[in-house]
Design a protein around this ligand. Structure first.
Ligand code: F6P
Length: 343
């Protein structure tokens, strides 16, 4: 049996560990060959791919990014796209597909399975941790660690200069990275997409803190967080093939607003793609490896239309449709715990 593997959407530390896990498990089972399709669904459309073997995937465990490349190509953007994917897979002799991706990549996977009967097992990936059907996605823990290191560094310079430091982290729909890193780094305010924030309330809480003798503050904001009433959107906003606007910049607005309303000198940092680059943490290497092995087992069992996921400490199989029904938003109880330390 020949299995296609692809990585789609934003890259994420641990993608290569998943690829290695799939190939190693398949080699152990025997009777499987692997093709790595290049650049996400673009490779599934064109058939562009490379053979993957136990030897060629050796040494990948600590390597960031994806050896297959990634893209935000959406086969459903054109009428013929889905049928073209089916033709390319048939031309390459691919019998089953393991797409590794987030809501967009796996959304396409679910539709191709349901519409055309393509045998697919999904693997959940996103640093944002906002995918249903799994308690955690790999890459998230690495991103949280990078953001926490950044907060620790901002802390010392904030203290020296008596400033408000604003750190913008990723998180389009959900504030998982902001809340986990903010809690780990001791943030004085955390702003997330799930809760519109009132900038006056944020400033009042910073003022209370400064009135009680503190001379600096740390604010962590998720890129998708929105103030009540919204912010003026940039002209000519770009959207990707899945209709998402390019986020980034809420911290610029916040820096200006906080400084002008409170008089406290403020500086912002946008952490950006640093959060997605480099080697995965040990936790993410293990989770990615478990997902890869489990995805291969699901293919061997013919459990198509499923995604592997983590429930508590167990790896499970869930229906792709169920996993993708809703984004997994921040647990309100977690945010309430973080709030204890605000202001
Ligand atoms: O993968 C999810 C994510 O990291 C989002 O948090 C962010 O909005 C997006 O990717 C940005 O990705 P890119 O700049 O690669 O389009």
């Amino acid at each position: 049996m020949r299995i296609g593997i692809l990585t789609g959407g934003g890259d994420c530390p641990g993608l290569n560990a998943v690829i290695r896990g799939i190939v190693r498990k398949g080699s152990r089972l025997g009777g499987y060959e692997f093709v790595g399709l290049r650049n996400g669904w673009a490779g599934a459309l064109s058939g562009d791919g490379i053979d993957l073997t136990k030897e060629s995937t050796s040494g990948l465990l600590p390597r960031g990014g994806t050896i297959l490349g990634s893209s935000r190509t959406n086969p459903y953007k054109t009428d013929d796209g889905p049928a073209q994917v089916a033709r390319s897979l048939a031309d390459r002799g691919i019998d089953a597909l393991i797409p590794i991706g987030g809501e967009d990549t796996l959304g396409v996977a679910g539709r191709l399975h349901d519409d055309l009967g393509i045998p697919i097992v999904g693997v959940p990936k996103t640093i944002d941790n906002d995918l249903g059907g799994t308690d955690f996605t790999f890459g998230f823990q690495t991103a949280v660690q990078i953001a926490t290191d950044a907060i620790d560094r901002l802390h010392t310079t904030a203290e020296s200069h008596h400033r408000v430091m604003i750190l913008e982290v990723m998180g389009r729909h959900a504030g998982w990275i902001a809340t986990h890193s903010g809690m780990a780094g001791g943030a004085d305010a955390i702003l997330v997409p799930e809760r519109e924030f009132d900038v006056d309330e944020v400033c009042a809480s910073l003022q209370r803190r400064h009135n009680s003798g503190r001379t600096f503050s740390i604010v962590v904001v998720a890129e998708g967080a929105k103030p009540v009433g919204g912010v003026p959107s940039a002209d000519g906003e770009q959207v990707d093939e899945f209709g998402h606007v390019r986020l980034g910049g809420i911290a610029v607005w916040l820096e200006r607003e906080i400084e002008s309303r409170t008089g406290y000198e403020s500086r912002m940092t946008i952490l950006g793609h640093v959060q997605r680059g480099g080697t995965p943490t040990a936790y993410d290497r293990v989770l990615a490896t478990r997902f890869g092995v489990a995805a291969m087992e699901a293919v061997a069992d013919g459990a198509f239309g499923q995604m592997v996921g983590l429930h508590a400490t167990d790896i499970v199989r869930v229906d792709l449709a169920d996993a993708l029904a809703e984004p997994k938003l921040l647990d309100p109880a977690l945010y309430e715990t973080a709030e204890v330390f605000f202001g």
